[in-house]
Design a protein around this ligand. Structure first.
Ligand code: C5P
Length: 221
C-alpha cells in the first residue's frame, strides 16, 4: 500500500550510547541520548516496517506497537544483539554512539584511590557497522551515521566507502542546535550512488522522516 511503503520489511536500528565497565561502579560512555535513533525507529515503523530497536542505556524509550526494544549496555552486547538478527533484516540503521574503546580488563572490585596517577589500558570495541558491511547481502540496505567536529564531509564519505554502506547521515557538532541531547538536528545525506542532500535544522522527528524517505527512494533506485 502507498501509505505503508515498508510493509513486510524488517529493520534493525541501533541507538543511544554504550557503556564500557571499568570496575563494578565506574564506566566510560558518551553524551548520546538515543533520541535520533528512536525517532528513526518510529518513522520506519510508521512506514510499515517491523522494527528491532537495540538501545543502549538512556532514559529515552518508545512505546510504538511495531517496535521491539532490546536493551544492551556494552558494545559487545550491541554487537551480539545486532548480528544474531542481521540475516533476517532488510534495513539496518546504525544510529548508536558506540564506544570506540573499552578497558582491556574490568576490575572485579572497586579500584581504590591512591597517591599516584591511575592508567587504564583501553582496547578497541568491535565495529558493528563495519562487520555488517563486510557480510551483507546485496539487497540489504545499510545506513550509518557520521558525527564529527571537523573535516565532516571527508570523514563521512570515507566511512560510506570503507564500511560498504548504502547511505550515511552526516551531522556536525559545529552546527548550532545539532547533535547530542538536542531535540533538533541538521543533516546531510550521502548515498553510494553519489547523491548528496542537505536539509535545514529540523526536529529529530522531521529529520527521521527525511532519512526514511531517502531509504525508501534508495530501495527503488
Ligand atoms: O567510525 P565511526 O565510529 O565514526 O562510525 C560511526 C558509525 O558506525 C555509526 O553509524 C555508528 O553507529 C557505527 N559504529 C558501530 N560500531 C562501532 C562504532 C561505530 O556500529 N564500534
Amino acid at each position: 500500500p502507498v501509505n505503508k511503503p515498508l510493509g513486510g520489511k524488517l529493520a534493525i536500528v541501533t541507538a543511544g550510547p554504550t557503556i564500557e565497565h571499568i570496575d563494578p561502579v565506574r564506566y566510560i560512555s558518551n553524551h548520546s541520548s538515543g533520541k535520533m535513533g528512536i525517532a528513526i525507529a518510529e518513522a520506519l515503523a510508521d512506514a510499515g516496517a517491523n522494527v528491532q530497536l537495540v538501545l543502549g542505556p538512556t532514559p529515552q524509550q518508545t512505546s510504538h506497537p511495531d517496535i521491539t526494544t532490546t536493551r544492551i549496555q556494552t558494545a559487545q552486547e550491541m554487537f551480539e544483539a545486532v548480528t544474531t538478527r542481521f540475516s533476517q533484516a532488510d534495513i539496518v540503521v546504525a544510529a548508536a554512539a558506540v564506544a570506540d574503546y573499552r578497558p582491556a580488563n574490568i576490575a572485579d572490585k572497586k579500584i581504590k584511590k591512591g597517591e599516584a596517577q591511575l592508567h587504564i589500558d583501553l582496547e578497541k570495541t568491535p565495529d558493528i557497522l563495519r562487520s555488517l558491511g563486510d557480510t551483507k547481502a546485496p539487497q540489504q540496505l545499510l545506513v550509518g551515521f557520521s558525527l564529527e567536529t571537523n573535516n565532516e564531509k571527508e570523514y563521512a564519505l570515507k566511512k560510506l566507502r570503507e564500511k560498504h554502506l548504502d547511505m550515511i547521515v552526516m551531522n556536525s557538532l559545529a552546527d548550532a542546535g545539532a547533535g547530542f541531547n538536542y531535540d533538533t538536528n541538521k543533516i546531510t545525506l550521502f548515498d553510494k550512488n553519489g547523491r548528496e542532500q542537505s536539509f535545514p535544522l529540523k526536529s529529530k522527528q522531521a529529520v527521521a522522516q527525511d532519512i526514511v524517505s531517502a531509504i525508501i527512494e534508495l530501495q527503488h533506485a
